[in-house]
Ligand binder design. Structure first.
Ligand code: HEC
Length: 103
């Protein structure tokens, strides 16, 4: 009983969504894969996202690679990438980041 109400409280407070890389992979296949390779370094419409979180800087704007700078790019898009700000929940973004970190 205590456990259940504790979980419900946790869900309501929505503290820092924990990302699920498998769900992020599905989102990537649906929303991103037409423009980005994830497993080869080849460029499609956008740069390859392989090793994204191992790189020091984003190719697109030179900002240091971090959860914040990658999320900003996903939300705002630009230079041929559509903005996804309205399309993803915080959970979706956490899932996507968790997936991108595995590349
Ligand atoms: C219609 C094509 C298109 C789609 C769909 C798309 N992107 Fe992009 N993306 C681009 C282009 C083009 C760039 C390069 C933009 C620039 O140079 O500013 C880019 C850049 C990026 C970057 C910056 C990479 C770097 O090294 O600077 C990230 C991260 C990224 N996209 C993630 C995503 C994710 C995650 C999705 C799916 C939610 C997605 N993109 C969907 C075209 C797309």
């Amino acid at each position: 009983m205590y456990l259940i109400s504790g979980l419900a409280l946790f869900a309501v407070m929505g503290t820092a969504a924990v990302g699920d890389p498998a769900k992020g992979n599905e989102l990537f296949d649906e929303q991103c894969a037409q423009c980005h390779h994830a497993y080869t370094e080849e460029k499609k419409k956008g740069p390859s996202l392989k090793w994204l979180f191992i790189k020091e800087k984003l190719d697109s704007n030179g900002k240091p690679v971090s959860e914040a700078s990658v999320t900003e790019k996903i939300e705002k898009g630009g230079n041929g990438m559509p903005p996804f700000k309205g399309s993803f929940s915080d959970q979706d973004k956490a899932d996507l980041l968790a997936f991108l970190k595995t590349l």
